[in-house]
Every structure is written in C-alpha cells, then in structure tokens.
Design a protein around this ligand. Structure first.
Ligand code: ADP
Ligand code: MG
Length: 265
C-alpha cells in the first residue's frame, strides 16, 4: 500500500501499547536492526524511562549524558543527541530514568504534547537523512506516549498473543482518536503485529483468528513467534539479527521489515 500523502523525510512510527511486556522494545530494536540491514537509515527514539531499548543496544548509562529527556526539556537537539550503535545504519536517542518525571515537569508547558514532534522536525535532522524513526513508548498512555503519537505518522501496535489482548486495544484506540482530533489528524495505524506467538498453543491461534477477523488488513501478515533467542539477545547488547541471524526470531523481524518496506514503495 503506497501512501500518496506520505511527506518527504523520515517515516516516523510510534511503537505503542499501554501494556508492558508485549514486545514493544523487542520490536523497536529488531525491526530497527532489520530495516538498517536493508540499507535504511534508522533512528530509535527511546522514550521509556526504563531505557530498555538503549540498554539492549549496548548504550551504557555513562553514555547517556544527553537523552530524550533533554530533548523534551529543550536543553538539547535530537541531531546532537542521536548516537550510532554497533549496528550499521542504526542510531539511537537513549532514555534515562529522569524521563519519569517529565510528565510533572512539563505540566505548565502549553506545547507539552508537541515537544517531540517539533524536535524531530528541526532542520538539523535533515543532514542525518533518516528513512525511519521508531519511537519505543513506555507501557502507559501518559504524556510521553502522547508526545510519540503526536510526533508520528503512524502507530505500530505489538499485540501479545494471549487472552484479553484485544480488550486492551480499545483504550489505545481511544487515545489515538483523541490525538487525531486534537493534534495529529493524519495519524494512521501502521499495523498490529502479533508477538510471542506459539503456533502449538490453541489460545494463540484463537487470538490470531480474532485479531484478523476484527482488524482485517491492519494485522501484519508476519507473526513474531515466541523465540528464546529474542529474549537472550538484549543481555548481549545485540539485536537478534546479530546474536543469532538464523533464529526464528531474526527471520520474523526481517520479514516484518520487508512487509513494512513493501508498503512504502
Ligand atoms: P515491552 O517493551 O512491551 O515491555 P519487551 O519487548 O521488553 O516488551 O518484551 C518483554 C519481555 O519478553 C522481554 O524479556 C523480552 O525479551 C521478551 N520477549 C519479547 N518478545 C519475545 C518473543 N517474541 N519471544 C520470546 N521472548 C520475547
Ligand atoms: Mg519496553
């Protein structure tokens, strides 16, 4: 599906789901790495105070002098804060725990929902020529996630293949509708990616069937299997594509990247 309304510059995708542990960070890291392997210039913006994407890509605490927090506070520019990773073509703006107080610190700022949007559109970003910016959201629908949704062209929703997964979606959809009404009318749903899927598990198959029935084409064809290599890779500070390139997890994220790229041509 090509998108005639697609603006020039990077495609900005928020990876969001207010549930924790559904595969947001795993998707940010590994989809990012897979896109980078396809010769795309990719930036991951870690906007989760837990900073798991930063850690998973090997960014030590000592290397987080400037972070997403400083960008939101207006104390640093993204083009200066973005740092490259061990993965060629993959860059990251790391997160630090001080992000957890950003909600409160920004309460009197009238532009508080637009801070990331404006920062990512600074002209200095052009020289970095990113094709994709993936924003790894926290497990909450707070101001940080709202900043990501206002900044983004689309939302990618990882959905864990378990009972109640679809129920949780309605809250996210409500937030997306609010953001569309108030700040970002063009915000699209890029797609729903089923994660931690186990084909031998009837419940997982049922969730997949329900999701495809209810959400139709919004559900990516690619399904991310439950694969222990995916959970091991971050402790080696690597995407699974480097840690175990032939694993089912690596194959799945390469396929997801290909599906995403195919829509953009
Ligand atoms: P979130 O960012 O939504 O909180 P994570 O990506 O951190 O979720 O995933 C939660 C946990 O599950 C992590 O320990 C991660 O390594 C693991 N995990 C994520 N996706 C998979 C998968 N497909 N197979 C196995 N483990 C996974
Ligand atoms: Mg996470």
């Amino acid at each position: 599906m090509s998108d005639p309304t697609r603006p020039p510059g990077p495609r900005i995708i928020a990876i969001a789901n207010q549930k924790g542990g559904v595969g947001k960070t795993t998707t940010a890291i590994n989809l990012g790495a897979a896109l980078a392997r396809s010769n795309k210039h990719v930036l991951i913006v870690d906007i989760d105070p837990q900073g798991n994407a930063s850690t998973g890509l090997g960014i030590e605490q000592d290397d987080r002098d400037s972070s997403t927090y400083d960008i939101l506070m207006g104390d640093a520019a993204p083009a200066d804060v973005a740092q490259d990773t061990e993965v060629e073509n993959l860059w990251i703006i790391p997160a630090t725990t001080d992000l957890s107080s950003a909600d409160i610190e920004l309460i009197a700022n009238e532009k508080r929902s637009h801070l990331l949007h404006d920062a990512l559109r600074q002209p200095a970003m052009d020289r970095l020529a990113f094709d994709y910016i993936l924003i790894d959201c926290p497990p909450s629908l707070n101001l940080l996630t709202v900043n990501a949704l206002v900044a983004a062209h689309s939302v990618l929703v990882p959905l864990q293949s378990e009972f109640f997964a679809l129920e949780g979606l309605s809250q996210l959809m409500l937030t997306i509708r609010n953001v569309r009404e108030k700040a970002n009318p063009g915000l699209r749903i890029e797609g729903v990616a089923l994660t931690m899927h186990d084909k031998r598990n009837n419940l997982a198959l049922q969730v997949e069937e329900d999701a495809r029935e209810n959400l139709g084409e919004l559900v990516f064809q690619t399904v991310i299997p439950r694969n222990v290599r995916l959970s091991e890779a971050p402790s080696f500070a690597m995407p699974v594509l480097d840690y175990d390139p032939s694993s089912r997890g690596a194959q799945a994220y390469r396929a997801l990247a290909a599906e995403l790229i195919a829509r953009d041509v």
